[in-house]
Design a protein around this ligand. Structure first.
Ligand SMILES: CC(C)(COP(=O)(O)OP(=O)(O)OC[C@H]1O[C@@H](n2cnc3c(N)ncnc32)[C@H](O)[C@@H]1OP(=O)(O)O)[C@@H](O)C(=O)NCCC(=O)NCCS
Length: 211
């Protein structure tokens, strides 16, 4: 009998960057280079990045900047071979938990208008469209939809998160699809510490959110 698979969400560390890059390149038309993530982790004290691991392989990652009382989701992706298995939800709950723990009043993000998968995910967790940023994406000039949660302490969103968390807890751990063969490249130790609060809050090369 094969051992039970374990999905975990934990802070991203520098040692995770090769695994993050595998997913980054498979997920975005203008991927951030590894050194942009390194700079985020090492110098941006507003930034908090998480990875989701399945049996120690990195299968997803996401980040937020906590700016005063707003949590801005900067990036978010699941390995293509592990999508539609609730991993995006697990990671989003991790980011929302972090936002609430850091006293953020609301969470917000930009998403491509055409990115229906991401929009549905965010809607499921209470994000609602609040505006458009015209030609936000520099590669093709697509507009961004701005989506924002209600107050994170409001009973409605707390109940939504609690119900969805319970539903995920009742599901079996995810299995990969056939196109997850590159995931072995992402294998890293599971206990890499993240030290995002360490240094100065210089502007990162990422120069803003990309979600
Ligand atoms: C968007 C993304 C993160 C979703 O991750 P995921 O692990 O596949 O999502 P989950 O399995 O947790 O899905 C949760 C919900 O999201 C929505 N969703 C996810 N994929 C969807 C799809 N292909 N079509 C429609 N809805 C989808 C659904 O509401 C789903 O809930 P349901 O299972 O009850 O229908 C993933 O597709 C991805 O990494 N895309 C590329 C990178 C990206 O677009 N990042 C977001 C930038 S803003």
């Amino acid at each position: 009998m094969s051992p039970r698979r374990v999905l975990k969400v934990r802070p991203m560390g520098i040692g995770d960057l090769p695994g993050v890059q595998v997913i980054e390149r498979a997920s975005f038309s203008t991927p951030w280079p590894a050194h942009a993530y390194r700079q985020e982790l090492e110098t941006n004290r507003l930034a908090h990045y998480l990875v989701a691991t399945l049996d120690r392989a990195i299968v997803a990652y996401g980040g937020i900047w906590i700016m005063v009382d707003e949590a801005h989701i900067t990036t978010f992706a699941v390995h293509p071979g592990f999508r539609r298995r609730g991993i995006g939800e697990r990671l989003l709950i991790g980011l929302l938990d972090l936002s609430i723990a850091r006293m953020a009043r609301e969470a917000t993000l930009e998403v491509r208008l055409s990115n229906l998968a991401a929009r549905r995910l965010y809607e499921k967790y209470g994000f609602r469209p609040v505006g458009i940023r015209p030609r936000y994406y520099s590669d093709d000039g697509e507009d961004a939809l701005i989506m924002t949660t209600p107050e994170l302490t409001s009973p409605g969103i707390q109940e939504t998160i609690a119900e969805l968390r319970a539903a995920l807890d009742a599901r079996p751990a995810p299995s990969p699809t056939a196109d997850a063969s590159d995931i072995a490249d992402a294998m890293v130790p599971d206990d890499v510490p993240a030290d995002a609060d360490a240094a100065d809050a210089d502007a990162a090369e990422t120069s803003g959110a990309r979600t």
